[in-house]
Design a protein. Structure first.
Length: 221
C-alpha cells in the first residue's frame, strides 16, 4: 500500500489497511457472503467504479479480501473475505453501535444495512425466543432475522420458513425500535403489514430491539 501513517501502532496499522474511504463498506457488504463486482457496485450506491476497483485491489493486497470463482453451474468470479477479513465483524458491530447513537431517522431513499438492525438488538430481551422473522423494508430490501439462544443472525434475502413475514416502512421500523410507535399503531396506520404469522410474533420481534442512545436518554431523564 502506498499510503501509511508510519506509526508503530496497531490502530494506525489497521487504518493503513482499511481506513481509506469506502474500504470498510466494501468489507461490510462482503460480510454477508461472496459478491460479484457488479453486486458490490450496486450495493454501494455512489461509489465510482475506479474507486471500487482500487479498494478491492488494496484489500486483496492486505489479505482482507480474495477473488475466487464460484463452482459450476455459476462459474462466475466473486470477491469474498478471507478469515483475517471476517475478523472485522466485531469491529463493524462496535463501530455500528457507536455510530447508532447519532444516526438519526432514515431518509426515504436511504439504503438499509443489516448493521442498522444488529446494533439495536438486546440479547437480554430474547430469552426463550426461537423464531425467524422476514422483514420487507421496501420493494427490494429483504432481511431475515433468526433469533435463538439470545443470539441474532441477520442475513440478506427471504427466509425458507419464517415465523413472521412483515412488510414495514423503513421509517416505521425506526419509530418502532425507538418506541415512538407501537405495533398496534403501525398495523392500524398501514405502515406495517403482517403477511405471515401472528401479532404476538411482531410484538416479540420489536421487544428485542431498542435504539440504545434513546433508551439511555430516557433512563437519564
Amino acid at each position: 500500500m502506498a499510503k501509511t501513517y508510519h506509526q508503530y501502532c496497531p490502530v494506525a496499522h489497521a487504518l493503513d489497511l482499511v481506513g481509506e474511504r469506502w474500504a470498510l463498506l466494501v468489507v461490510r457488504e462482503l460480510m454477508f457472503g461472496p459478491k460479484r463486482y457488479t453486486d458490490l457496485a450496486e450495493g454501494l450506491a455512489g461509489i465510482g467504479t475506479n474507486i471500487l476497483a482500487s479498494r478491492l485491489r488494496d484489500l486483496e493486497q492486505a489479505g482482507v479480501v480474495r477473488k475466487t470463482k464460484l463452482p459450476p453451474p455459476a462459474g462466475v468470479s466473486v470477491y469474498e473475505l478471507t478469515e483475517y477479513g471476517r475478523r472485522l465483524d466485531d469491529v463493524l458491530l462496535a463501530l455500528g453501535r457507536w455510530g447508532s447513537r447519532s444516526l438519526g431517522v432514515p431518509q426515504p431513499d436511504d439504503c438499509w444495512s443489516m448493521y442498522a438492525i444488529q446494533t439495536s438488538f438486546r440479547p437480554e430481551a430474547a430469552e426463550g425466543v426461537d423464531e425467524v422473522y422476514e422483514l420487507r423494508l421496501d420493494d427490494e430490501a429483504v432481511v431475515t432475522l433468526a433469533v435463538c439462544d439470545c443470539m441474532l443472525e441477520a442475513t440478506p434475502g427471504p427466509s425458507d420458513a419464517p415465523d413472521l413475514v412483515l412488510e414495514v416502512e423503513p421509517g416505521a421500523m425506526f419509530d418502532l425500535v425507538d418506541r415512538r410507535l407501537t405495533t398496534a399503531e403501525a398495523v392500524a396506520s398501514g405502515r406495517a403489514r403482517i403477511l405471515t404469522g401472528k401479532k404476538a410474533a411482531f410484538e416479540r420481534l420489536i421487544s428485542m430491539f431498542e435504539l440504545r442512545a434513546s433508551g439511555e436518554a430516557r433512563d437519564a431523564a
